[in-house]
Ligand binder design. Sequence first.
Ligand code: FDA
Length: 300
Amino acid sequence: MLKDLFIGLSQNQLLNSAAKKYGLKLGAQNVVAGTNVAETMQSIKELNAFGISCTVDNLGEFVFKKEEATAAKEQILEVVEAIHEHGVDAHISLKPSQLGLDIDYQFCLENLKEIIAKAANYDIFINFDMEDHGHLQPSFDMLDELSKDYNNIGTVIQAYFFRAEDDIQKYANYRLRIVKGAYKETEEYAYQDKKDIDKNYIELIEWHLLNGKFTSIATHDHNVINHVKQFVKENNIPNEKFEFQMLYGFRKDMQLQLAKEGYNFCTYVPFGNDWYGYFMRRLAERPQNLNLVVKQVFNK
Ligand code: FDA
């Protein structure tokens, strides 16, 4: 129930535009690293000091105008430059829809190419975040197209999709982030039962750890993390072949602990004023995250 409510809210464009005007509110400041590049670099440096690397996401959704997509591209190029200049341990996560996928395929491809080319010069990796089913195939198509010229790119496999098993095999030689999946999908394309999603999630992780290039296990689920720790031990999979990832502001103690135990750890660092959809999806995943909101309201 609550999940559907928050997913519905995350798709509300009116609330999204209102939220942009009012800065980080409702507790979003606990899970968004900053509103500008300078603040974000500072947050990254703090995480790097604990041996944690970062993947930086310039928040942005509902982009239907070319000017907005171009502005997002410029902002991401600025982040690429800042990562290089500051010498921080970080790479980029981006969403093709933010760069114009809903406007024009070719326009989006050109925007992506500009970012990837600049990042390649600095040896910075670019991850394509995966969105809902409607954006899935065009995003993979762009990855295929850009892979002809660049190898500093990778993407995400969402375990709730029936097609995930085929996709993970096709993209085995890519650095892949494996997640359960954050959007509301129909039974035509995706598992609906959490047990099925969790089962597929583990199978995909195991397969990619054994057969793939580099696996980012992106979850806050301690059961999955403990399972992976055991699996890599039993199968002699070295730490260089994988990392754990979590979102900025979530399970901070566990993030630090995993890094301390010697595992590669990468925190997903979102920044910017377009925080609304991202924040609502986090509430949908875990209504207990409402605590963040409540604490914020009463701490005023
Ligand atoms: P899940 O929500 O299934 O929770 C399992 C259990 O873990 C809970 O029952 C609880 O016990 C524990 N737990 C979870 N969160 C907790 C918390 N905050 N505190 C304490 N206990 C907690 N999705 C997508 O569709 N496309 C994408 O590109 C990405 N990218 C991405 C990057 C990164 C770094 C992460 C971590 C996640 C994504 N996701 C994503 C989101 C992903 O698909 C998924 O929706 C969320 O990670 C929620 O699922 P989990 O596996 O974290 O645990």
